[in-house]
Ligand binder design. Structure first.
Ligand SMILES: NC(=O)c1ccc[n+]([C@@H]2O[C@H](COP(=O)([O-])OP(=O)(O)OC[C@H]3O[C@@H](n4cnc5c(N)ncnc54)[C@H](O)[C@@H]3O)[C@@H](O)[C@H]2O)c1
Ligand SMILES: [Zn+2]
Length: 343
């Protein structure tokens, strides 16, 4: 097992990688009431391991990441006589963890909470960094708080029951982490695709460990996203619009977004064609999509609406060589040209 400690303005958190759900009890505070928040898919496969705890079930999918679900959780908390000493645990993917983190940090002005993170995406991304929240009136993650869980248990054996597409989608964020910060990890990804896709626990633990380490370092330096944290958005400028328009998984959209962002990096003279080709090839090796027929007007529209826009400039995350993500100010006129070229 490997442990990563995260210290941030909003608190401290320990991530236990390679730990198992069945050891959850040893992380819980002695003699305190514990309430589990989870969803139907986890209950279907892991109800036996959660026996003895009161459970609050959250509906499946992004459409349930809402204030209404929060209200349901608070009603359940009152019914279960949750008080300030109660400890809350999320067992699930990014949705369960994001909602639970927010519910726990706002109920009675804040209860302690921990995560058992059960998807590849949530282990490498959603449960690291202290962002919690819900969607509001169609705006993603519009309402929420920064708060760190006391612990995050990452049990890679739980991927066995995870939908294959969901599993594959998680690799996009690992490839992203390598592309922006770690050339060696990128090479490791290139040589271990088959093992990783076959659920080799040692390879998965190494990949998750390194990506969490990268995200943790960036987040520790810039928790509230004033500067460096923005490089974590590599591939995301285009991804958000692709995801919304085509209804594909976040990781799939990030994959296509990274291909576009590396092409833009080549066009800006910052990345070699060979390196851009390596990025595209590794995405293909991990069975991620790299091409889509995109409507350039829609992409350009989305780029203009990007919330990180800065007047007439877009802050595009590009690669200045593989392993080195940087924020590049690009004028919207040049951006139009880039999008024209890419779509
Ligand atoms: N807080 C952050 O920094 C952050 C970062 C990235 C993403 N997110 C959020 O994470 C969410 C996406 O998370 P996700 O991809 O984990 O999706 P998810 O939570 O919807 O999980 C995907 C699906 O897999 C099921 N599932 C989860 N674990 C399983 C397992 N081990 N076995 C069988 N089924 C399982 C779930 O029930 C769900 O149907 C989004 O809402 C996104 O905004 C947050
Ligand atoms: Zn992402």
């Amino acid at each position: 097992m490997r442990t990563i400690n995260i210290k941030a303005g909003s608190g401290e958190s320990n991530i236990y990688l390679g730990e198992k759900l069945e050891n959850l009890r040893s992380y819980l505070p002695d003699g305190k009431k514990v309430v589990i928040l989870t969803d139907a898919n986890i209950l279907k496969h892991y109800a036996a391991q959660l026996q003895g705890f009161p459970v609050v079930e959250i509906g499946l999918g992004e459409k349930n990441k809402t204030m209404k679900t929060l209200e349901h959780i608070f009603e359940e908390f009152i019914r279960l006589e949750v008080d300030r000493s109660t400890f809350i645990v999320a067992v699930g993917g990014g949705i369960v963890c994001d909602v639970t983190g927010y519910a726990a940090s706002s109920f009675m002005r804040g209860l302690k909470f921990g995560f058992v993170s059960t998807t590849l995406l949530s282990q490498v991304d959603a449960s690291v960094g202290g962002k919690n929240g819900v969607n509001f009136q169609g705006y993603k993650n519009m309402v929420g708080v920064f708060a760190q869980p006391e612990f995050v248990i990452c049990d890679v054996s739980m991927f066995k029951t995870l939908d294959r597409k969901e599993f594959i989608s998680g690799f996009a964020e690992i490839i992203k982490a390598a592309a922006i910060r770690d050339k060696e990890l990128f090479a490791y990804l290139e040589t271990n695709a088959e093992k990783a896709l076959n659920l080799d626990e040692e390879v998965l633990e190494k990949l998750i460990y390194e990506s969490v380490r990268i995200k943790a370092t960036v987040v520790q330096n810039d928790e509230k996203e004033k500067g460096e944290r923005r490089i974590l958005n590599f591939g995301h400028t285009f991804a958000h619009s692709i995801e919304k328009n085509l209804g594909i998984l976040h990781g799939e959209a990030v994959s296509i977004g990274m291909v576009l962002a590396s092409k833009a990096s080549v066009k800006l003279g910052m990345l070699s064609q060979t390196e851009a080709d390596r990025i595209e090839k590794v995405l293909v090796d991990y069975k991620l999509p790299v091409k889509l027929l995109l409507d350039k007007n829609k992409v350009y529209d989305a780029v203009l609406k990007d919330k990180k826009r800065d007047g007439d400039y877009i802050n595009l995350i590009v690669l200045s060589g593989l392993g080195n993500g940087v924020v590049q100010k690009v004028h919207i006129k040049d951006m139009e040209e880039i999008v024209n070229d890419l779509c």
